[in-house]
Design a protein around this ligand. Structure first.
Ligand code: NAD
Length: 260
């Protein structure tokens, strides 16, 4: 069995740490580079493998890059991958629509799988949400709730946006036309097509999402709870094993899981 040599960008972060731990248990994967910000160089060795970190990404001797960092770092990494045609799995969230467009444009030159959530459960949930939204049509009001740990810097979560887009698609709507990102004061009654978002931040919550379909006389609640961020790391590693065999272009978790 040949080993897949990975560069991990954001290796000193929460997801980077979880990736290094999960890779240590997998004989078919190897960490070729652990890329961190200069401030994290105080850590002289990372993960169970005791990898010496570096501050610059080189794709020499690397089969695939995995990035869990920040939007600006993600785009820098994508440019490097585009130049060297190295596949990239990225889970970084909080990219603006313009940054997402830039990322997709860059991926004409390399295989990219960018996903707001690498858990199988959430990607199945997105399918169920689209189906429920289509079935209820305009007979149900759609609301989303998400909760994450106190360190999370973007809101609503990338996963909440992914679920909101699935709900909007089921009703042939565009999320950005109908999203109610916050409510306060004299808001007036709810618009029929509105998709509302509620956000909680606190403690060490790994990630919870509920999509509500509130109809007259009944309410459907579809919930996913992550209890360990290892599910995202293992999902990203599964994506890496799949992506390395794909042609250049932008792929989604649905492409991998459902062959779309
Ligand atoms: P974190 O803040 O713990 O880690 C991010 C790390 O990236 C930090 O150590 C930071 O110093 C580092 N970093 C920033 N710029 C860098 C650069 N240029 N080079 C190298 N390292 C750099 O955050 P986290 O909880 O690990 O999450 C990281 C990202 O992944 C966030 O956007 C988060 O929302 C997202 N996330 C996605 C999923 C998913 O399944 N897609 C799951 C969890 C988190």
């Amino acid at each position: 069995m040949s080993t897949l040599r990975l560069a991990i960008v954001g290796a000193a972060g929460r997801m980077g740490t979880s990736l290094l731990q999960n890779i240590a248990d997998t004989p078919d994967l190897e960490v070729a580079a652990a890329v961190v910000r200069p401030k994290d160089l105080v850590l002289d060795a990372l993960g169970p493998q005791q990898i010496t970190p570096t501050t610059t990404l080189s794709t020499d001797e690397v089969d695939l890059v995995i990035d869990f960092s920040t939007p600006s770092a993600c785009l820098e990494v994508a440019s490097i991958c585009a130049r060297s045609k190295t596949p990239l799995v990225s889970g970084t969230t909080g990219l603006s629509p313009k940054e997402l467009q830039e990322l997709t444009k860059l991926s004409e030159n390399f295989a990219l799988l960018h996903a707001a959530n690498f858990s199988v459960g959430v990607n199945l949930l997105a399918r169920l949400v689209e189906e429920a939204s289509r079935a209820f049509g305009d007979t149900a009001d759609i609301e989303l709730f998400e909760a994450h740990h106190r360190h999370k810097v973007d809101a609503p979560s990338g996963t909440a946006l992914l679920l909101g887009e699935a709900a909007a698609r089921g009703r042939n709507l565009r999320l950005h036309d109908v999203a109610a990102w916050s409510r306060q004061g004299h808001t007036g009654p709810r618009a029929d097509d509105e998709i509302g978002f509620q956000v909680l931040r606190g403690g060490d919550i790994a990630g919870e999402h509920t999509v509500y379909f509130c109809a007259a006389g009944e309410r459907l609640e579809l919930t996913h709870r992550a209890t360990d961020r290892g599910i995202f790391a293992r999902g990203a590693l599964r994506a890496a094993r799949w992506l390395v065999h794909q042609k250049p272009g932008a792929y989604s978790m649905a492409d991998m899981l459902f062959g779309e």
